[in-house]
Design a protein around this ligand. Structure first.
Ligand code: MTE
Ligand code: LUZ
Ligand code: MOS
Length: 770
């Protein structure tokens, strides 16, 4: 069985040996030049004049380009075209690229950039989502989804609460920064090797920027050193700048961002501000909920619309909300244009309802788990309460069973009692505990993106080469796709090799995003491999004198042998014979997810193929004198359906958990009053380190099979586990509340940095003191 088993990542050995080739490791062609970007120093200004004389005269400089030098369209924005490659007269954030320097070395290009003199006419800048909302400054029209009648629900509700919440953004912090290497080819051709989740989009942006057809441009990516959403749309600027420079100079040009520039230029996870109003009954069941979410979109639309849509469609998380009113706005701010980041608005939607449930539990003096459970979607049709606010019926709800299992395996109740006892006797250190569930919709919420293609070549020695539209960013999509192909042809995984993603092999691909990489490309590759298998089965039957379709369906492919009754032959032998008989040994494959539709006006439909579920329990200890804290133990249970590769999936859950924990705790983006991002390097922006991982970390996969006909009944794993560490945030809040015996609700926004924790403790102590 090549599927369903743990196999090492296809590049694991290369990774640890340092032999895996990233874009910057590709041997440089003779004559390669290096580019650097000149960035805006103002958040919002008109550029009266730019003096580039000293830049041009600097050591090693070969060329300097501004917006008017772009031969084609000055645009690198997806969906809505409001993102210039180079600012043209108007700058809209500190860090926006204005010009390009091409020099003989990376260092010389970067040094030359600093010699510019720009004359700015400053304009008023908007920096926060709240300020954008107050000014009705949005990058897109507001969204609204309503069901039922919240006003009537509020009128009869036993209890009501309302409040505000602010949840910060997050830098993707891929280990490999943005990079693009463009090599001009004959006859207006351009080869762009770049680190991107979306080669086809890079191809289109480069073609438009150069004024060429798509068929002139080839984009290739063997692997990324992480993308996390940050290379879905925002690799485009780098690809375009390298290609423009290469075309103008007729020489290869590489553009590699250093970490500070990368963080100053590119967008991050959207920060969200929420205002909510909720009615609930004596048992803690929500009877009506109204929320308004305003995101910090930054200066342009980028992917803010589908991000906000996913937030609206995840405000329910695992809970049935009968009467609900959700508004979402994408605040236009003079900051980096925020973009995709693992979860894509889903985490931002779901954390709001989790905060509300935490409030309800605290107000009623009940355990958070009991309140969460009573609000879960119904188990099935007959239990009811199973239709999402956007109209999709939840047919695969396993959250009850999954949470029951985790409650027992994590000894949740027993540890709750132990923690209460600990806190009663511990003056300075206080512990907290929380269990939070996850339900996450799988599919691009933009229906047409749910398609994929693949090419499978079987060579005459029986070895197999696979190319598919997905990109490898460490998540293991190539390994999973190879497993699927090996399984289909009944051959060992070692005979299957996956090549770099290449727009000249598979056309019109979607981004590897929305956690659908293995779902879509696995199905497409299976389709391609299956066509070859069919041809081989037919040929095999004729080889042994059979001829009917019953014979063909009786042929088995397993353990490298093709067999029917008493007849058998090895895969390489059959392939060799098939070649001699002129049987086509390669095939394309295609897949489009069935059953999806979405009406963006009413925000209803069936946007997701299925839901992935999970839950986690976290136990933390906080130091009430300093606000420092530690995650002592985390238990996570994740529903990967019938996992294609449990080892890879557990790795994804662990990585997403720690990354999500960073978002909600230590990672704080901070802009100064002039709109300059001051946390633009690891010295000031704190991502989790190995020392932040819990000593006791128990991750397992829930035994399940997808009810949908997904690839081998597996479920996606890339993004949903990022929501698991909600339990870390609420365990911290729980520990803070224990300072005054859980009598007051700690005010706590995310990230819960040590500073924020200390402030919350002080606030709770002040409330307790009256
Ligand atoms: N895992 C690693 N190691 N590196 C990454 O960049 N990106 C995440 C997730 N896991 C990422 C990762 C994101 S944002 C997505 S959408 C999925 O992987 C994409 O890959 P998949 O669809 O093949 O799961
Ligand atoms: N929708 C989605 C999208 O759910 N996830 C994505 O990553 C995405 N990207 C672009 C457009 N829609
Ligand atoms: Mo992932 S945010 O969909 O690239």
């Amino acid at each position: 069985a090549e599927v369903g088993q743990s196999h090492p990542h296809e590049s694991a050995a290369l990774h640890v040996l340092g032999e895996a080739t990233y874009t910057d490791d590709i041997p440089e062609a003779q004559g390669t030049l290096h580019a650097a970007l000149g960035l805006s120093q103002k958040a919002h200004a008109r550029v009266r004049a730019i003096n580039l004389d000293a830049v041009r005269a600097a050591t090693g400089v070969v060329a300097v380009y501004v917006a008017s030098d772009i031969p084609g369209t000055n645009d690198c924005g997806p969906i809505i075209h409001d993102d210039p490659i180079l600012a043209d007269g108007l700058v809209q954030y500190v860090g926006q690229p204005i010009f390009v320097v091409v020099a003989d070395s990376h260092d010389n290009a970067r040094r030359a950039v600093r010699k510019v003199v720009v004359d700015y006419e400053e304009l008023p800048a908007i920096l926060t989502p709240q300020a954008a909302h107050a000014a009705r400054s949005y990058v897109l029209p507001p969204m609204h989804l309503a069901r039922g009648d919240v006003e009537s629900a509020f009128a009869i509700a036993a209890h009501k609460l309302s409040g505000e919440l602010l949840v910060g953004g997050q830098e993707q912090f891929y280990l490999e920064g943005q990079i693009s290497y463009a090599i001009p080819k004959e006859g207006n051709g351009m080869l762009v090797q770049c680190s991107t989740q979306h080669p086809s989009e890079m191809q289109h942006v480069v073609a438009h920027a150069l004024g060429l057809h798509a068929h002139n441009v080839v984009v290739e990516c063997r692997r990324m050193g992480g993308g996390f959403g940050g290379k879905e749309s925002q690799s485009a600027l780098w690809a375009a700048v390298a290609a423009i420079s290469a075309q103008k100079l007729k020489r290869p040009v590489k553009l590699r961002a250093d970490r500070d520039d990368d963080m100053m230029v590119t967008g991050k996870r959207h920060c969200f501000h929420y205002e909510y109003e909720v009615g609930y009954d004596n048992d803690g069941r929500i009877v009506g909920a109204r929320v308004q979410m305003v995101s910090r979109a930054g200066y342009s639309a980028d992917l803010s619309a589908p991000v906000a849509t996913r937030a609206v469609c995840h405000f329910d998380n695992a809970y049935y909300l009968s009467d609900v009113d959700i508004r979402a706005m994408c605040g236009k701010t003079n900051t980096q244009s925020n973009t995709a980041f693992r979860g894509f608005g889903g985490p931002q939607g779901a954390i709001a309802i989790e905060y509300i449930l935490d409030e309800i539990a605290r107000n009623l003096g009940r355990d958070g788990l009991d309140i969460r459970r009573i609000n879960f979607y119904g188990r099935n049709e007959s239990e009811g309460r199973n239709v999402t606010q956007y109209g999709q019926i939840v047919v695969d709800n396993i959250i009850h069973e999954l949470v029951d299992e985790l409650e027992v395996s994590s000894a949740y109740r027993q540890r709750r009692a132990e923690i209460n006892a600990y806190n009663a006797s511990s003056l300075v250190l206080k512990k907290g505990l929380a269990l939070t569930p996850v339900k996450f919709g799988i599919a691009f919420n933009v229906t047409h993106l749910n398609q994929a293609g693949a090419l499978v070549h079987v060579y005459t020695d029986g070895s197999v080469l696979v190319n598919h539209g997905g990109t490898e960013m460490g998540q293991g999509v190539n390994t999973k796709v190879a497993q699927v192909v090996a399984h289909e042809l009944g051959i060992p995984l070692a005979l299957v090799r996956v090549t770099a993603t290449d727009t000249s092999k598979i056309a019109n691909t979607s981004a590897t995003a929305a956690s659908t990489g293995a779902d879509l490309n696995g199905k497409a590759a299976q389709n391609a491999a299956n066509k070859i298998r069919q041809r081989l089965a037919e040929f095999f039957v004729t080889l042994f004198g059979g001829d009917n379709s019953a014979d063909i369906t009786a042929v088995t492919f397993a353990a490298g042998m093709i067999q029917m009754g008493e007849y058998s032959i090895s895969f390489p032998d059959l392939v060799q014979k098939a070649y001699m008989a002129r049987v086509q040994l390669w095939s394309d494959g295609f897949y489009a997810t069935p059953g999806l539709y979405w009406d963006s006006k009413t925000m209803t439909g069936h946007p997701f193929s299925y839901f992935a579920y999970g839950a986690s329990v976290s136990e933390v200890v906080i130091d009430t004198l300093t606000g420092e804290w530690k995650l002592l133990r985390a238990d996570a249970l994740y529903d990967a359906g019938a996992s294609l590769n449990p080892a890879l999936d557990i790795g994804q859950v662990e990585g997403a958990f720690i990354q999500g924990m960073g978002w909600l705790t230590t990672e704080e983006l901070w802009w100064n009053k002039d709109g300059k991002l001051m946390t633009h390097a690891p010295s000031t922006y704190k991502i989790p380190a190995i020392s932040d991982c819990p000593q006791d970390f128990r991750v397992s996969l829930f035994k399940n099979r997808n009810v949908e006909d997904s690839i081998h009944r597996s479920k996606a794993v890339g993004e949903p586990p990022l929501l698991l560490p909600f339990s870390v945030f609420f365990a911290i809040r729980d520990a803070i509340a224990s300072v005054a015996d859980h009598r007051y609700n700690p005010p706590l926004n995310a990230p819960a940095t040590s500073e924020a924790i200390l402030q919350a403790i002080t606030a709770v102590e002040a409330m307790a003191a009256g």
